[in-house]
Design a protein around this ligand. Sequence first.
Ligand SMILES: Cc1cc2nc3c(=O)[nH]c(=O)nc-3n(C[C@H](O)[C@H](O)[C@H](O)COP(=O)(O)OP(=O)(O)OC[C@H]3O[C@@H](n4cnc5c(N)ncnc54)[C@H](O)[C@@H]3O)c2cc1C
Length: 391
Amino acid sequence: MNKIGLSARPTLELVDDFIERKVRERGEAMDRTGEFDRDLLDEAASLGLTGMLFDDSLKPDLSSMPLAHDMAERLAAVCAPLAMQIGVLRIVGYLLARYATQDVQDRWLKSTTEGKTYGSFALTEPHAGTDLRSLSTVAVRSGDTYLVNGRKCWVGFAPCAAYAIVLCKEGSAARDAKTLALVVDMESPGARGVWGPELSGFRGMPNGELFFENVTVPVENALRVEGFDGMMDGLNMARIEAAAYACGLLRGALEEAVYRASTRKAFGGKIADLPSIQMKLGRMRAAYHTARELTLKACRSYMEGRGGDQDLISIAKMTASDLARLHTDEAMQIFGAAGVTLHSRVERLHRDSKATQIFDGTSEIHETMVGRRLVSAFERHSGKDFIDQLA
Ligand SMILES: Cc1cc2nc3c(=O)[nH]c(=O)nc-3n(C[C@H](O)[C@H](O)[C@H](O)COP(=O)(O)OP(=O)(O)OC[C@H]3O[C@@H](n4cnc5c(N)ncnc54)[C@H](O)[C@@H]3O)c2cc1C
């Protein structure tokens, strides 16, 4: 196995410099056009951002996860789709490194960690979003291959992925059918990826649909883990990444709101001197702090292994994204009419924050899962000390 040669690991200073040199301006342009800026992702990858969660032998190494999330936060504050592009490549790379056969790793892992090859993480279907058990992409085994039929939607990198890690049912679409995660070569006959509808948030993230019509996939391309479990491991990592993007959107809202409040004059003074504006800023600051702390806690739990603490991950993801939506709205309010100008930064942060409440599990499903586990903790500990049993 070739070494990736990441002895020079990226630093926050390097990322800050990249942001000021390129990302801030390109991020604005990406939002206007909705086009994927490959050159920007190439430079991010050349700085080592796509390879951060791997050691020099391409084994998963999560020790730099908190730093990776600090970087994702800073990038998301100025260009959320770039943060997401990097995040998706880290997640598919992690799944390959952890669960794929050596042959599959040899084919795609190194180039993924280097940002030269794109992989999709494909769960959602037109009739299976939150309710993933109802998915109907089916892989039927015949000798050494699977025959795959189905369709995935809203998938990152779908229009340009070299491969996709696809959650399928084995044999039939029955609700309780066994699942498997197949690494599908998107150049296989019958496989294709296309752009989906134009999105209002994370514009510039190539997102779309994957179609599989009688696609033959070698048996060894299955991840060596039960499909649903393996994808949940990736999804938990994605949820913590999503929380970090939301922290970035809060960071951007704070930067913009404090600047505007301190420079906008009304009634002979700065609007920042008005108690009602200071209260908004105070809440926004508290929200940013809360979201960061929760994200870090979720991240630490993931680093400990076994997929992390599901409660902490859900709480971080839903809280950070809901707070991002609330406070990017407040930031727009502080801007007055200028805040509702299409493609202004606060207006973009607000659109991006809406998407964070939807992908990687909606806020509703996270609150439901946390609530369900709370009730079950109460029942398990006969009511008495159940609060102390929670993380
Ligand atoms: C920018 C973006 C990027 C994405 N990237 C990917 C990707 O790379 N790969 C991928 O596979 N998918 C991706 N998705 C899809 C995303 O994960 C799904 O949109 C999400 O899981 C929700 O599914 P849905 O859109 O079908 O909504 P639905 O499941 O139809 O939900 C509709 C509404 O019903 C609510 N609801 C549904 N069930 C319940 C329940 N049991 N309890 C309470 N409320 C419920 C939901 O909260 C929501 O408000 C992406 C989406 C976006 C917007």
